[in-house]
Ligand binder design. Structure first.
Ligand code: B12
Length: 235
């Protein structure tokens, strides 16, 4: 299947990064096309050739994330199958793995931090956020994905986590974060909790309703949020 750059202008503002980041719409369409065709080699080549300048995070948020979102939108309209969405996600995960640095052993002095995908198997957002934090010099414990509320409360308490990042892509999981946050606050009242993922973007008040301290729209906001939270807990 070939994806046409459906009546888009030559340059797209993807909406990520305050409108500063613009990529050619043809490039996005090429990447979408490679993803739904499960053409891993082509997808890697497109990203590699178009991301030679600038930071890898910029590339992620202006090219890879919008391309994946567009594949998802086409799934919603019945144009592509779930298997194509799945393979697109897997290919993007592999690309992200090669682009973003693994943890640096020399970490900044920081409060204990952890990240989780709560009751959800959408891992890509967490992976990107984690990479941004690690690239920014933070050591972050990765609790993985599909973690239940009970498991999360146990882990956070055991590790005495001071800054917790929760990612959810499914609305039910986002709503469940309220129970996790309430229980964690009872045991560790000083813990700062940042949430993120699609449900919090769709409903801009949801992060407050679940009791979080902050929400992040994109991985690029994460470092600033974490720095702010770290400053608050160290005050
Ligand atoms: C790819 C995808 C999948 C892949 C996931 C592959 C993987 N390994 O992650 C597969 C095919 C497996 C999948 C499965 C399902 N999916 Co799905 N999926 C998507 C899709 C198309 C893209 C998600 C994605 O990876 N985006 C790219 C990443 C990088 O973006 P992101 O997660 O939003 O993260 C960014 C920001 O949100 C932010 N961020 C994220 N987390 C955090 C956390 C913090 C602390 C901060 C600061 C920032 C932050 O930073 C990231 C980078 O900028 C979305 C559609 C969409 N528009 O989101 C549907 C979507 C999330 N899926 C959906 C559904 C329904 C499902 C299934 C139930 C389908 C099914 N019938 O089986 C299953 C359930 C899986 C499960 N149990 O969790 C729905 C959820 C609807 C809802 N209201 O709950 C969506 C919204 C599609 C839709 N509109 O119906 N899915």
């Amino acid at each position: 299947m070939t994806i046409q750059p459906a009546s888009t202008p030559d340059i797209l503002d993807t909406g990520h990064g305050n409108g500063k980041n613009r990529v050619p719409s043809a490039l996005l369409a090429d990447l979408e096309n490679a993803l739904v065709s499960v053409d891993r080699v082509m997808a890697v080549r497109i990203v590699r050739d178009s991301c030679v300048t600038g930071s890898p995070f910029m590339c992620l948020e202006t090219l890879i994330v919008p391309a994946l979102e567009e594949v998802g939108r086409r799934w919603e309209t019945g144009e592509v199958a779930l298997s194509q969405v799945y393979m697109s996600g897997r290919i993007c995960e592999e690309i992200v793995d090669t682009m973003l640095p693994a943890g640096d052993p020399r970490r900044v002095d920081q409060p204990k931090m952890a990240i989780v995908v709560l009751e959800d198997h959408h891992t890509l957002g967490k992976r990107i956020v984690l990479s941004v934090l690690r690239a920014g010099g933070y050591e972050v414990t990765d609790y993985g994905y599909g973690v239940s509320v009970d498991q999360l409360v146990d882990q956070v308490t055991r590790d005495n986590v001071i800054i917790l990042l929760i990612s959810t892509l499914m609305l039910p999981a986002a709503i469940r974060s309220k129970e996790a946050i309430t229980r964690i606050r009872k045991i560790l009242p000083g813990t700062k909790i940042i949430v993120g993922g699609a449900p919090f973007i769709f409903d801009p008040l949801l992060w407050k309703e679940v009791g979080a301290d902050a929400m992040g729209h994109a991985a690029s906001e994460t470092l600033e949020l974490v720095r702010r939270m770290a400053a608050e807990v160290q005050r």
